[in-house]
Write a protein that binds this ligand. Structure first.
Ligand code: GTP
Length: 597
Protein backbone atom coordinates (compact mmCIF):
# COMPACT_ATOMS: atom_id res chain seq x y z
CA UNK A 1 0.00 0.00 0.00
CA UNK A 2 1.27 3.49 -0.77
CA UNK A 3 1.86 5.68 2.25
CA UNK A 4 -0.83 8.19 1.30
CA UNK A 5 -3.49 5.54 1.84
CA UNK A 6 -2.33 4.30 5.22
CA UNK A 7 -3.59 5.67 8.54
CA UNK A 8 -2.22 4.37 11.81
CA UNK A 9 -4.00 5.22 15.00
CA UNK A 10 -4.73 4.25 18.56
CA UNK A 11 -7.67 4.90 20.83
CA UNK A 12 -7.03 6.60 24.14
CA UNK A 13 -9.65 6.60 26.85
CA UNK A 14 -10.33 6.24 30.52
CA UNK A 15 -11.43 2.78 31.59
CA UNK A 16 -15.07 2.05 30.68
CA UNK A 17 -15.47 5.04 28.39
CA UNK A 18 -16.03 2.68 25.47
CA UNK A 19 -12.71 2.04 23.79
CA UNK A 20 -13.31 -1.67 23.13
CA UNK A 21 -16.88 -1.13 22.02
CA UNK A 22 -15.77 1.51 19.53
CA UNK A 23 -12.99 -0.74 18.22
CA UNK A 24 -15.55 -3.52 17.71
CA UNK A 25 -17.82 -1.18 15.72
CA UNK A 26 -14.96 -0.03 13.50
CA UNK A 27 -14.05 -3.64 12.78
CA UNK A 28 -17.65 -4.48 12.02
CA UNK A 29 -18.28 -1.41 9.85
CA UNK A 30 -15.30 -2.23 7.65
CA UNK A 31 -16.41 -5.85 7.31
CA UNK A 32 -13.13 -7.04 8.68
CA UNK A 33 -14.97 -9.95 10.21
CA UNK A 34 -18.38 -11.34 9.39
CA UNK A 35 -21.13 -10.80 11.93
CA UNK A 36 -21.04 -14.45 12.77
CA UNK A 37 -17.41 -14.18 13.78
CA UNK A 38 -17.97 -10.97 15.60
CA UNK A 39 -17.67 -11.47 19.28
CA UNK A 40 -18.23 -8.66 21.71
CA UNK A 41 -14.95 -7.05 22.61
CA UNK A 42 -13.00 -8.99 20.12
CA UNK A 43 -9.75 -7.34 20.95
CA UNK A 44 -9.64 -8.34 24.58
CA UNK A 45 -8.16 -11.74 24.05
CA UNK A 46 -7.70 -13.22 27.47
CA UNK A 47 -10.60 -14.23 29.68
CA UNK A 48 -9.10 -12.52 32.62
CA UNK A 49 -8.98 -9.25 30.75
CA UNK A 50 -12.58 -9.63 29.81
CA UNK A 51 -13.65 -10.39 33.34
CA UNK A 52 -11.80 -7.46 34.76
CA UNK A 53 -12.73 -5.24 31.87
CA UNK A 54 -9.17 -4.24 31.24
CA UNK A 55 -7.02 -4.60 28.19
CA UNK A 56 -3.50 -5.68 29.03
CA UNK A 57 -1.56 -6.74 25.96
CA UNK A 58 -1.50 -4.29 23.14
CA UNK A 59 -3.48 -5.76 20.27
CA UNK A 60 -3.73 -4.58 16.76
CA UNK A 61 -5.99 -4.89 13.74
CA UNK A 62 -5.79 -3.87 10.10
CA UNK A 63 -9.00 -2.51 8.56
CA UNK A 64 -9.69 -1.73 4.92
CA UNK A 65 -12.08 1.12 4.39
CA UNK A 66 -13.65 2.40 1.18
CA UNK A 67 -14.04 6.10 1.93
CA UNK A 68 -16.67 8.48 0.52
CA UNK A 69 -14.08 9.88 -1.90
CA UNK A 70 -13.94 6.47 -3.61
CA UNK A 71 -10.48 5.58 -2.36
CA UNK A 72 -9.59 2.62 -0.19
CA UNK A 73 -7.56 3.24 2.93
CA UNK A 74 -5.70 0.79 5.13
CA UNK A 75 -6.37 1.70 8.75
CA UNK A 76 -4.15 0.14 11.41
CA UNK A 77 -5.55 0.29 14.90
CA UNK A 78 -3.21 -0.43 17.76
CA UNK A 79 -5.10 -1.15 20.93
CA UNK A 80 -3.07 0.23 23.81
CA UNK A 81 -3.31 -1.02 27.35
CA UNK A 82 -5.18 1.54 29.42
CA UNK A 83 -3.53 0.99 32.75
CA UNK A 84 -0.68 2.95 34.21
CA UNK A 85 1.35 -0.16 35.04
CA UNK A 86 1.89 -0.58 31.34
CA UNK A 87 2.82 3.02 30.68
CA UNK A 88 5.95 2.09 28.79
CA UNK A 89 4.06 -0.22 26.44
CA UNK A 90 1.56 2.56 25.88
CA UNK A 91 4.31 4.98 25.06
CA UNK A 92 5.86 2.57 22.52
CA UNK A 93 2.58 1.90 20.78
CA UNK A 94 1.95 5.64 20.65
CA UNK A 95 5.23 6.12 18.80
CA UNK A 96 4.18 3.47 16.30
CA UNK A 97 1.18 5.47 15.07
CA UNK A 98 0.48 9.04 13.91
CA UNK A 99 -2.89 9.78 15.45
CA UNK A 100 -5.34 9.00 18.19
CA UNK A 101 -9.04 8.95 18.76
CA UNK A 102 -9.58 10.49 22.17
CA UNK A 103 -12.69 8.75 23.47
CA UNK A 104 -14.46 10.52 26.32
CA UNK A 105 -17.70 9.28 27.82
CA UNK A 106 -20.03 12.26 27.30
CA UNK A 107 -21.96 11.41 30.45
CA UNK A 108 -18.78 11.52 32.56
CA UNK A 109 -16.14 13.77 31.10
CA UNK A 110 -12.37 13.78 31.32
CA UNK A 111 -10.87 11.46 33.96
CA UNK A 112 -7.38 10.97 35.37
CA UNK A 113 -6.55 8.18 32.94
CA UNK A 114 -7.84 10.20 29.99
CA UNK A 115 -5.30 12.84 30.93
CA UNK A 116 -2.37 10.48 31.42
CA UNK A 117 -3.03 8.72 28.12
CA UNK A 118 -3.72 11.80 26.06
CA UNK A 119 -0.48 13.39 27.22
CA UNK A 120 1.35 10.32 25.97
CA UNK A 121 -0.36 10.86 22.60
CA UNK A 122 0.57 14.54 22.61
CA UNK A 123 4.18 13.64 23.48
CA UNK A 124 4.24 11.32 20.49
CA UNK A 125 3.11 14.28 18.28
CA UNK A 126 -0.22 12.75 17.44
CA UNK A 127 -3.03 14.38 15.58
CA UNK A 128 -5.93 13.88 18.00
CA UNK A 129 -9.59 13.53 17.09
CA UNK A 130 -11.89 13.89 20.11
CA UNK A 131 -14.79 11.43 20.15
CA UNK A 132 -17.67 12.00 22.56
CA UNK A 133 -19.12 8.57 23.20
CA UNK A 134 -22.40 7.34 24.70
CA UNK A 135 -24.43 10.19 23.21
CA UNK A 136 -27.39 7.77 23.20
CA UNK A 137 -27.69 8.15 26.96
CA UNK A 138 -30.00 10.83 28.40
CA UNK A 139 -27.27 11.96 30.78
CA UNK A 140 -24.98 12.81 27.86
CA UNK A 141 -23.67 16.38 27.97
CA UNK A 142 -21.55 16.83 24.84
CA UNK A 143 -21.22 20.61 25.13
CA UNK A 144 -20.03 20.53 28.70
CA UNK A 145 -17.53 17.78 27.90
CA UNK A 146 -16.25 19.61 24.80
CA UNK A 147 -15.58 22.66 26.93
CA UNK A 148 -13.87 20.49 29.53
CA UNK A 149 -11.60 18.90 26.90
CA UNK A 150 -10.52 22.37 25.78
CA UNK A 151 -10.06 23.72 29.32
CA UNK A 152 -8.31 20.76 30.84
CA UNK A 153 -6.40 19.13 28.01
CA UNK A 154 -6.04 22.19 25.86
CA UNK A 155 -6.94 20.69 22.49
CA UNK A 156 -9.56 21.97 20.05
CA UNK A 157 -12.80 20.07 20.60
CA UNK A 158 -15.07 22.14 18.33
CA UNK A 159 -15.11 19.34 15.79
CA UNK A 160 -15.42 16.50 18.27
CA UNK A 161 -17.40 13.57 16.87
CA UNK A 162 -20.67 12.63 18.49
CA UNK A 163 -20.76 8.87 18.78
CA UNK A 164 -22.63 6.02 20.32
CA UNK A 165 -20.38 3.01 19.97
CA UNK A 166 -23.17 0.91 21.39
CA UNK A 167 -25.91 1.87 18.94
CA UNK A 168 -23.61 2.58 16.00
CA UNK A 169 -24.19 6.36 15.75
CA UNK A 170 -21.31 8.35 14.26
CA UNK A 171 -19.23 5.33 13.21
CA UNK A 172 -19.16 6.33 9.53
CA UNK A 173 -18.08 9.87 10.53
CA UNK A 174 -15.36 8.39 12.71
CA UNK A 175 -13.96 6.36 9.81
CA UNK A 176 -14.02 9.42 7.54
CA UNK A 177 -12.28 11.49 10.23
CA UNK A 178 -9.55 8.87 10.52
CA UNK A 179 -8.89 9.11 6.76
CA UNK A 180 -9.11 12.90 6.47
CA UNK A 181 -8.05 14.32 9.80
CA UNK A 182 -5.17 12.01 10.68
CA UNK A 183 -1.88 12.30 8.77
CA UNK A 184 -0.40 9.57 6.56
CA UNK A 185 2.78 7.96 7.89
CA UNK A 186 6.17 8.94 6.50
CA UNK A 187 8.94 6.55 5.53
CA UNK A 188 11.46 5.70 2.85
CA UNK A 189 11.15 2.40 1.00
CA UNK A 190 14.67 2.64 -0.36
CA UNK A 191 16.33 3.31 3.00
CA UNK A 192 17.82 0.56 5.20
CA UNK A 193 15.20 -1.33 7.19
CA UNK A 194 14.11 0.16 10.50
CA UNK A 195 11.21 -1.57 12.22
CA UNK A 196 10.07 -0.80 15.74
CA UNK A 197 9.33 -3.72 17.99
CA UNK A 198 5.97 -2.63 19.43
CA UNK A 199 5.01 -5.76 21.32
CA UNK A 200 5.70 -9.47 21.49
CA UNK A 201 4.03 -12.48 23.03
CA UNK A 202 4.30 -16.23 23.13
CA UNK A 203 1.99 -18.28 20.97
CA UNK A 204 1.90 -22.01 21.71
CA UNK A 205 1.85 -22.89 17.98
CA UNK A 206 4.05 -20.22 16.48
CA UNK A 207 6.49 -19.43 19.26
CA UNK A 208 7.25 -15.77 19.84
CA UNK A 209 5.18 -13.42 17.69
CA UNK A 210 6.58 -9.92 17.22
CA UNK A 211 4.42 -6.92 16.40
CA UNK A 212 6.33 -4.43 14.26
CA UNK A 213 5.86 -1.02 12.76
CA UNK A 214 8.01 -0.43 9.70
CA UNK A 215 9.56 3.03 9.73
CA UNK A 216 11.87 2.71 6.68
CA UNK A 217 12.70 -0.07 4.25
CA UNK A 218 10.91 -3.33 3.49
CA UNK A 219 10.68 -6.60 5.39
CA UNK A 220 10.03 -9.91 3.60
CA UNK A 221 9.67 -13.57 4.41
CA UNK A 222 13.05 -15.35 4.78
CA UNK A 223 14.90 -12.08 5.39
CA UNK A 224 17.66 -12.35 7.95
CA UNK A 225 17.03 -9.63 10.49
CA UNK A 226 18.98 -8.27 13.43
CA UNK A 227 17.51 -7.12 16.76
CA UNK A 228 19.77 -4.16 17.37
CA UNK A 229 19.49 -4.15 21.15
CA UNK A 230 21.49 -7.34 21.65
CA UNK A 231 22.60 -8.04 18.11
CA UNK A 232 20.82 -11.40 17.71
CA UNK A 233 20.00 -12.45 14.16
CA UNK A 234 16.92 -14.42 13.12
CA UNK A 235 15.39 -15.53 9.85
CA UNK A 236 11.77 -14.48 9.30
CA UNK A 237 9.53 -17.57 9.02
CA UNK A 238 6.22 -15.87 8.74
CA UNK A 239 5.15 -12.31 8.03
CA UNK A 240 1.60 -11.01 8.08
CA UNK A 241 -1.10 -8.71 9.38
CA UNK A 242 -4.01 -9.02 11.81
CA UNK A 243 -7.48 -8.88 10.29
CA UNK A 244 -7.87 -9.53 13.25
CA UNK A 245 -6.91 -13.18 12.65
CA UNK A 246 -3.38 -13.61 11.35
CA UNK A 247 -3.06 -13.40 7.60
CA UNK A 248 0.22 -13.82 5.71
CA UNK A 249 1.48 -11.07 3.41
CA UNK A 250 4.41 -10.99 0.99
CA UNK A 251 6.05 -8.00 2.63
CA UNK A 252 5.61 -5.11 5.00
CA UNK A 253 6.70 -1.69 3.79
CA UNK A 254 7.08 1.78 5.34
CA UNK A 255 4.15 2.89 7.47
CA UNK A 256 2.78 -0.63 7.78
CA UNK A 257 2.06 -2.54 10.96
CA UNK A 258 2.15 -6.31 11.12
CA UNK A 259 3.79 -9.30 12.72
CA UNK A 260 6.72 -11.60 12.15
CA UNK A 261 7.79 -14.92 13.61
CA UNK A 262 11.41 -15.98 13.41
CA UNK A 263 11.98 -19.06 15.60
CA UNK A 264 12.55 -16.89 18.63
CA UNK A 265 12.45 -18.95 21.80
CA UNK A 266 11.60 -16.48 24.51
CA UNK A 267 9.72 -13.24 24.80
CA UNK A 268 12.65 -12.09 26.91
CA UNK A 269 14.78 -11.89 23.78
CA UNK A 270 12.44 -9.34 22.25
CA UNK A 271 12.52 -6.01 24.01
CA UNK A 272 9.65 -3.60 23.41
CA UNK A 273 11.03 -0.47 21.76
CA UNK A 274 13.95 -2.30 20.09
CA UNK A 275 14.82 -1.67 16.44
CA UNK A 276 14.88 -4.52 13.91
CA UNK A 277 16.99 -4.13 10.79
CA UNK A 278 18.56 -6.38 8.12
CA UNK A 279 21.63 -8.42 9.02
CA UNK A 280 23.35 -7.10 5.89
CA UNK A 281 23.17 -3.46 4.77
CA UNK A 282 21.20 -2.69 7.88
CA UNK A 283 20.57 0.62 9.59
CA UNK A 284 23.50 2.03 11.51
CA UNK A 285 21.58 3.69 14.30
CA UNK A 286 18.55 2.32 16.11
CA UNK A 287 15.36 4.33 16.55
CA UNK A 288 15.55 6.71 19.51
CA UNK A 289 13.78 6.33 22.82
CA UNK A 290 14.47 2.75 23.84
CA UNK A 291 14.25 2.07 27.53
CA UNK A 292 13.68 -1.31 29.13
CA UNK A 293 10.66 -1.60 31.38
CA UNK A 294 11.75 -2.45 34.90
CA UNK A 295 9.81 -3.99 37.77
CA UNK A 296 8.97 -1.51 40.51
CA UNK A 297 6.91 -3.62 42.89
CA UNK A 298 8.17 -6.84 44.45
CA UNK A 299 6.47 -9.47 46.55
CA UNK A 300 6.98 -13.05 47.60
CA UNK A 301 4.75 -15.80 46.21
CA UNK A 302 4.67 -19.03 48.20
CA UNK A 303 2.53 -22.12 47.68
CA UNK A 304 0.04 -22.72 50.49
CA UNK A 305 0.80 -26.39 50.17
CA UNK A 306 4.59 -26.67 50.17
CA UNK A 307 4.33 -29.85 48.07
CA UNK A 308 3.25 -27.59 45.21
CA UNK A 309 6.54 -25.72 45.02
CA UNK A 310 7.68 -27.46 41.81
CA UNK A 311 4.29 -26.82 40.19
CA UNK A 312 4.64 -23.17 41.11
CA UNK A 313 8.09 -23.06 39.55
CA UNK A 314 6.77 -24.55 36.30
CA UNK A 315 3.84 -22.16 36.21
CA UNK A 316 5.99 -19.09 36.88
CA UNK A 317 8.46 -20.13 34.20
CA UNK A 318 5.63 -20.56 31.69
CA UNK A 319 4.13 -17.17 32.50
CA UNK A 320 7.53 -15.52 32.28
CA UNK A 321 7.96 -16.90 28.76
CA UNK A 322 5.16 -14.63 27.73
CA UNK A 323 5.87 -11.65 29.88
CA UNK A 324 9.30 -10.12 29.69
CA UNK A 325 8.50 -7.45 32.24
CA UNK A 326 7.94 -9.89 35.05
CA UNK A 327 10.98 -11.09 37.02
CA UNK A 328 11.42 -13.85 39.58
CA UNK A 329 14.01 -15.57 41.72
CA UNK A 330 13.82 -18.25 44.35
CA UNK A 331 13.31 -17.15 47.90
CA UNK A 332 13.19 -18.99 51.21
CA UNK A 333 11.37 -17.72 54.20
CA UNK A 334 11.50 -19.16 57.68
CA UNK A 335 7.75 -18.67 57.96
CA UNK A 336 6.64 -19.62 54.49
CA UNK A 337 9.19 -22.10 53.21
CA UNK A 338 10.24 -22.14 49.55
CA UNK A 339 8.79 -19.65 47.13
CA UNK A 340 9.70 -16.88 44.71
CA UNK A 341 10.46 -13.22 44.99
CA UNK A 342 8.74 -11.67 41.98
CA UNK A 343 8.97 -8.23 40.41
CA UNK A 344 6.11 -6.46 38.63
CA UNK A 345 5.50 -3.25 36.73
CA UNK A 346 2.87 -2.26 39.26
CA UNK A 347 0.08 -3.54 41.44
CA UNK A 348 -2.30 -4.45 38.66
CA UNK A 349 0.41 -6.44 36.98
CA UNK A 350 0.99 -8.26 40.27
CA UNK A 351 -2.69 -9.06 40.64
CA UNK A 352 -2.98 -10.31 37.10
CA UNK A 353 -0.03 -12.68 37.48
CA UNK A 354 -1.20 -13.93 40.85
CA UNK A 355 -4.70 -14.53 39.53
CA UNK A 356 -3.40 -16.43 36.55
CA UNK A 357 -1.25 -18.66 38.75
CA UNK A 358 -4.20 -19.45 40.96
CA UNK A 359 -6.74 -19.84 38.21
CA UNK A 360 -4.94 -21.27 35.21
CA UNK A 361 -2.47 -23.35 37.16
CA UNK A 362 -4.66 -24.05 40.16
CA UNK A 363 -2.03 -23.21 42.76
CA UNK A 364 -3.12 -21.67 46.02
CA UNK A 365 -0.72 -18.90 46.95
CA UNK A 366 0.40 -16.85 49.89
CA UNK A 367 1.36 -13.39 48.73
CA UNK A 368 3.58 -11.35 50.99
CA UNK A 369 3.22 -7.60 51.27
CA UNK A 370 4.26 -5.79 48.10
CA UNK A 371 7.39 -3.75 48.54
CA UNK A 372 8.98 -1.14 46.36
CA UNK A 373 12.67 -1.04 45.48
CA UNK A 374 14.67 1.00 47.98
CA UNK A 375 18.11 2.39 47.33
CA UNK A 376 20.21 1.68 50.37
CA UNK A 377 23.40 3.78 50.50
CA UNK A 378 26.10 2.18 52.61
CA UNK A 379 28.70 4.02 54.66
CA UNK A 380 31.39 2.70 52.33
CA UNK A 381 29.75 4.66 49.49
CA UNK A 382 28.18 1.71 47.68
CA UNK A 383 24.48 1.41 46.91
CA UNK A 384 22.30 -1.68 47.21
CA UNK A 385 18.90 -2.14 45.64
CA UNK A 386 16.63 -3.58 48.29
CA UNK A 387 13.81 -5.71 46.87
CA UNK A 388 12.86 -7.45 50.07
CA UNK A 389 12.73 -5.85 53.53
CA UNK A 390 13.97 -9.14 54.96
CA UNK A 391 17.34 -8.50 53.25
CA UNK A 392 17.85 -5.10 54.82
CA UNK A 393 21.51 -4.77 55.83
CA UNK A 394 22.49 -3.93 59.39
CA UNK A 395 21.62 -0.28 60.05
CA UNK A 396 25.04 0.46 61.53
CA UNK A 397 26.52 0.10 58.02
CA UNK A 398 23.82 2.16 56.35
CA UNK A 399 24.33 5.80 55.57
CA UNK A 400 20.89 6.67 54.22
CA UNK A 401 17.95 5.17 52.35
CA UNK A 402 16.10 6.54 49.34
CA UNK A 403 12.60 5.56 48.28
CA UNK A 404 10.79 5.86 44.93
CA UNK A 405 8.20 8.60 44.58
CA UNK A 406 5.32 9.09 42.23
CA UNK A 407 3.34 11.94 40.84
CA UNK A 408 -0.31 11.04 41.40
CA UNK A 409 -3.11 12.76 39.51
CA UNK A 410 -6.52 12.40 41.11
CA UNK A 411 -9.87 13.72 39.91
CA UNK A 412 -12.74 13.70 42.32
CA UNK A 413 -16.13 15.35 42.82
CA UNK A 414 -16.11 18.36 45.17
CA UNK A 415 -17.94 16.53 47.97
CA UNK A 416 -15.09 14.12 48.50
CA UNK A 417 -12.20 16.51 48.03
CA UNK A 418 -11.55 16.86 51.75
CA UNK A 419 -11.32 13.10 52.25
CA UNK A 420 -8.93 12.72 49.35
CA UNK A 421 -6.64 15.46 50.61
CA UNK A 422 -6.62 13.83 54.03
CA UNK A 423 -5.81 10.44 52.56
CA UNK A 424 -2.89 11.85 50.56
CA UNK A 425 -1.65 13.79 53.55
CA UNK A 426 -1.85 10.67 55.74
CA UNK A 427 0.26 8.84 53.20
CA UNK A 428 3.06 11.41 53.43
CA UNK A 429 1.98 13.18 50.27
CA UNK A 430 3.18 16.61 49.24
CA UNK A 431 0.57 18.62 47.42
CA UNK A 432 1.73 19.92 44.04
CA UNK A 433 -1.45 21.26 42.51
CA UNK A 434 -5.09 21.78 43.30
CA UNK A 435 -7.01 23.07 40.31
CA UNK A 436 -10.36 22.59 38.64
CA UNK A 437 -11.01 20.59 35.50
CA UNK A 438 -14.22 22.34 34.54
CA UNK A 439 -16.20 21.88 37.74
CA UNK A 440 -14.23 18.95 39.13
CA UNK A 441 -11.22 19.33 41.39
CA UNK A 442 -7.96 17.92 40.08
CA UNK A 443 -5.27 17.28 42.63
CA UNK A 444 -1.67 16.40 41.99
CA UNK A 445 0.42 14.91 44.78
CA UNK A 446 3.99 13.81 45.13
CA UNK A 447 3.67 10.56 47.11
CA UNK A 448 6.04 7.80 48.22
CA UNK A 449 5.30 4.73 46.10
CA UNK A 450 5.40 2.49 49.15
CA UNK A 451 2.40 4.28 50.62
CA UNK A 452 0.51 3.63 47.42
CA UNK A 453 1.32 0.05 46.51
CA UNK A 454 -0.59 -1.64 49.20
CA UNK A 455 -4.11 -0.33 49.48
CA UNK A 456 -4.13 3.31 48.41
CA UNK A 457 -6.32 2.67 45.43
CA UNK A 458 -8.85 0.68 47.48
CA UNK A 459 -8.93 3.39 50.10
CA UNK A 460 -9.36 6.07 47.49
CA UNK A 461 -12.30 4.19 45.96
CA UNK A 462 -13.92 3.70 49.31
CA UNK A 463 -13.58 7.26 50.64
CA UNK A 464 -14.95 8.62 47.37
CA UNK A 465 -17.62 5.95 46.85
CA UNK A 466 -15.89 5.02 43.61
CA UNK A 467 -16.07 8.51 42.11
CA UNK A 468 -12.37 9.30 42.09
CA UNK A 469 -10.09 8.52 39.20
CA UNK A 470 -6.42 8.03 39.74
CA UNK A 471 -3.28 7.79 37.70
CA UNK A 472 0.41 7.97 38.51
CA UNK A 473 3.90 8.08 37.12
CA UNK A 474 7.28 7.46 38.72
CA UNK A 475 9.29 10.62 39.31
CA UNK A 476 12.46 9.34 40.95
CA UNK A 477 14.08 8.64 44.31
CA UNK A 478 14.32 10.73 47.44
CA UNK A 479 15.91 10.26 50.83
CA UNK A 480 13.68 9.89 53.85
CA UNK A 481 13.83 8.60 57.39
CA UNK A 482 13.05 4.96 56.68
CA UNK A 483 13.50 1.99 58.98
CA UNK A 484 12.84 -1.71 58.88
CA UNK A 485 10.10 -2.87 61.19
CA UNK A 486 10.03 -6.49 62.29
CA UNK A 487 7.17 -8.44 63.71
CA UNK A 488 7.78 -11.01 66.41
CA UNK A 489 5.25 -13.69 67.15
CA UNK A 490 5.94 -15.62 70.32
CA UNK A 491 9.33 -13.85 70.47
CA UNK A 492 10.45 -15.03 67.04
CA UNK A 493 10.74 -12.66 64.07
CA UNK A 494 8.42 -13.48 61.14
CA UNK A 495 10.44 -12.44 58.10
CA UNK A 496 7.44 -12.37 55.75
CA UNK A 497 5.92 -9.61 57.86
CA UNK A 498 8.89 -7.29 57.97
CA UNK A 499 8.41 -4.02 56.22
CA UNK A 500 10.07 -0.69 55.56
CA UNK A 501 8.27 2.23 57.18
CA UNK A 502 8.81 5.89 57.78
CA UNK A 503 10.19 6.42 61.31
CA UNK A 504 7.40 8.83 62.26
CA UNK A 505 4.74 6.35 61.29
CA UNK A 506 6.38 3.24 62.68
CA UNK A 507 4.57 3.25 66.06
CA UNK A 508 1.20 3.70 64.46
CA UNK A 509 1.77 0.97 61.86
CA UNK A 510 3.29 -1.33 64.43
CA UNK A 511 0.35 -0.95 66.76
CA UNK A 512 -2.16 -1.50 63.95
CA UNK A 513 -0.27 -4.56 62.80
CA UNK A 514 -0.14 -6.15 66.25
CA UNK A 515 -3.85 -5.51 66.78
CA UNK A 516 -4.68 -7.05 63.43
CA UNK A 517 -2.53 -10.11 64.06
CA UNK A 518 -4.14 -10.56 67.42
CA UNK A 519 -7.48 -10.88 65.64
CA UNK A 520 -6.16 -13.08 62.87
CA UNK A 521 -4.10 -15.60 64.78
CA UNK A 522 -6.29 -18.18 66.52
CA UNK A 523 -5.76 -18.68 70.21
CA UNK A 524 -3.41 -21.47 71.23
CA UNK A 525 -3.03 -23.43 74.43
CA UNK A 526 -0.47 -20.92 75.61
CA UNK A 527 -0.14 -17.14 75.77
CA UNK A 528 1.40 -15.54 72.65
CA UNK A 529 3.10 -12.15 72.66
CA UNK A 530 2.88 -10.26 69.37
CA UNK A 531 5.38 -7.44 69.00
CA UNK A 532 6.59 -4.91 66.48
CA UNK A 533 10.20 -3.85 66.76
CA UNK A 534 12.77 -1.61 65.14
CA UNK A 535 16.24 -3.02 65.58
CA UNK A 536 16.12 -4.41 69.11
CA UNK A 537 13.52 -1.93 70.34
CA UNK A 538 9.92 -3.05 70.78
CA UNK A 539 7.54 -0.29 69.67
CA UNK A 540 4.19 -2.05 69.98
CA UNK A 541 2.88 -5.11 71.75
CA UNK A 542 -0.28 -7.18 72.07
CA UNK A 543 -0.83 -10.43 73.89
CA UNK A 544 -3.03 -13.21 72.64
CA UNK A 545 -4.39 -14.96 75.71
CA UNK A 546 -4.34 -18.73 76.07
CA UNK A 547 -7.25 -20.89 75.04
CA UNK A 548 -9.36 -22.42 77.79
CA UNK A 549 -10.15 -26.04 77.16
CA UNK A 550 -13.66 -26.12 78.58
CA UNK A 551 -14.86 -23.57 76.00
CA UNK A 552 -14.32 -25.93 73.10
CA UNK A 553 -15.65 -28.93 74.93
CA UNK A 554 -18.92 -27.08 75.53
CA UNK A 555 -19.39 -25.90 71.99
CA UNK A 556 -18.86 -29.33 70.40
CA UNK A 557 -21.69 -30.78 72.51
CA UNK A 558 -22.79 -34.33 71.93
CA UNK A 559 -23.78 -34.33 68.24
CA UNK A 560 -21.35 -36.74 66.56
CA UNK A 561 -21.90 -35.61 62.95
CA UNK A 562 -21.53 -31.99 63.88
CA UNK A 563 -18.37 -32.81 65.76
CA UNK A 564 -16.93 -34.69 62.81
CA UNK A 565 -17.79 -31.85 60.43
CA UNK A 566 -16.13 -29.34 62.67
CA UNK A 567 -13.05 -31.46 62.88
CA UNK A 568 -12.90 -31.75 59.09
CA UNK A 569 -13.18 -28.00 58.82
CA UNK A 570 -10.40 -27.62 61.31
CA UNK A 571 -8.21 -29.93 59.30
CA UNK A 572 -8.87 -28.02 56.08
CA UNK A 573 -8.20 -24.79 57.94
CA UNK A 574 -4.98 -26.19 59.31
CA UNK A 575 -3.65 -26.75 55.84
CA UNK A 576 -3.94 -23.04 55.21
CA UNK A 577 -1.98 -22.19 58.31
CA UNK A 578 1.71 -21.79 58.54
CA UNK A 579 3.34 -23.30 61.53
CA UNK A 580 5.70 -20.79 62.94
CA UNK A 581 7.71 -21.96 65.87
CA UNK A 582 4.91 -23.31 67.97
CA UNK A 583 2.37 -20.92 66.50
CA UNK A 584 0.01 -21.44 63.56
CA UNK A 585 -0.46 -18.29 61.52
CA UNK A 586 -3.32 -18.28 59.03
CA UNK A 587 -2.42 -17.41 55.49
CA UNK A 588 -4.64 -14.32 55.26
CA UNK A 589 -2.70 -12.82 58.14
CA UNK A 590 0.26 -12.17 55.89
CA UNK A 591 -1.71 -9.87 53.69
CA UNK A 592 -4.42 -8.48 56.00
CA UNK A 593 -2.00 -7.50 58.71
CA UNK A 594 -0.43 -4.98 56.38
CA UNK A 595 -3.64 -3.29 55.33
CA UNK A 596 -4.33 0.00 57.03
CA UNK A 597 -7.89 0.99 57.75
P1 GTP B 1 -11.70 -1.06 29.08
O1 GTP B 1 -11.48 -2.04 27.98
O2 GTP B 1 -12.06 -1.71 30.36
O3 GTP B 1 -10.69 0.00 29.17
O4 GTP B 1 -13.04 -0.30 28.83
P2 GTP B 1 -13.42 0.32 27.49
O5 GTP B 1 -13.05 1.76 27.51
O6 GTP B 1 -12.96 -0.51 26.38
O7 GTP B 1 -14.99 0.31 27.60
P3 GTP B 1 -15.97 -0.75 26.96
O8 GTP B 1 -15.96 -0.65 25.48
O9 GTP B 1 -15.77 -2.05 27.58
O10 GTP B 1 -17.33 -0.08 27.45
C1 GTP B 1 -17.64 0.06 28.81
C2 GTP B 1 -19.14 -0.04 29.01
O11 GTP B 1 -19.81 1.03 28.37
C3 GTP B 1 -19.73 -1.31 28.41
O12 GTP B 1 -20.72 -1.79 29.28
C4 GTP B 1 -20.33 -0.84 27.09
O13 GTP B 1 -21.41 -1.63 26.70
C5 GTP B 1 -20.78 0.56 27.44
N1 GTP B 1 -20.78 1.43 26.26
C6 GTP B 1 -19.77 1.61 25.38
N2 GTP B 1 -20.14 2.50 24.43
C7 GTP B 1 -21.39 2.89 24.73
C8 GTP B 1 -22.32 3.81 24.14
O14 GTP B 1 -22.08 4.45 23.13
N3 GTP B 1 -23.52 3.95 24.76
C9 GTP B 1 -23.85 3.27 25.89
N4 GTP B 1 -25.04 3.47 26.39
N5 GTP B 1 -23.01 2.40 26.46
C10 GTP B 1 -21.80 2.21 25.90
Amino acid sequence: TDLAHIRNFSIVAHIDHGKSTLADRLIQATNTVSNREMKEQLLDAMDIERERGITIKANTVRLEYLADNGETYVLNLIDTPGHVDFAYEVSRSMHAVEGSLLVVDSTQGVEAQTLANVYQAIDADHEIVPVLNKIDLPASEPDRVKEQIEDVIGIDASEALLVSAKSGIGIHETLEAICHRLPAPKGDRAAPLKAMLVDSWYDPYLGVVVLVRIMDGVMKKNDRVKFMRNGTVHQIDKIGVFRPAMRDVAELGPGEIGFITASIKQVRDTKVGDTITHEKKGAEKPLPGFKPSIPVVFCGLFPVDSAEFEDLRDAIEKLALNDASFSFEMETSAALGFGFRCGFLGLLHLEVIRDRLEREYDIELITTAPSVVYHVYMKDGSMQELHNPADMPDMTHVDHIEEPRIKATIMVPDDYLGDVLKLCQDRRGIQQELTYAGTRPLVVYDLPLNEVVFDFYDRLKSVTKGYASFDYQMIGYRQDNLVKMQVLVNDEPVDALSMMVHRDRAEMRGRAMCEKLKELIPRHMFKIPIQAAIGGKVIARETLSALRKDVTAKCYGGDATRKRKLLEKQKAGKKKMRQFGKVDIPQEAFISALKMD
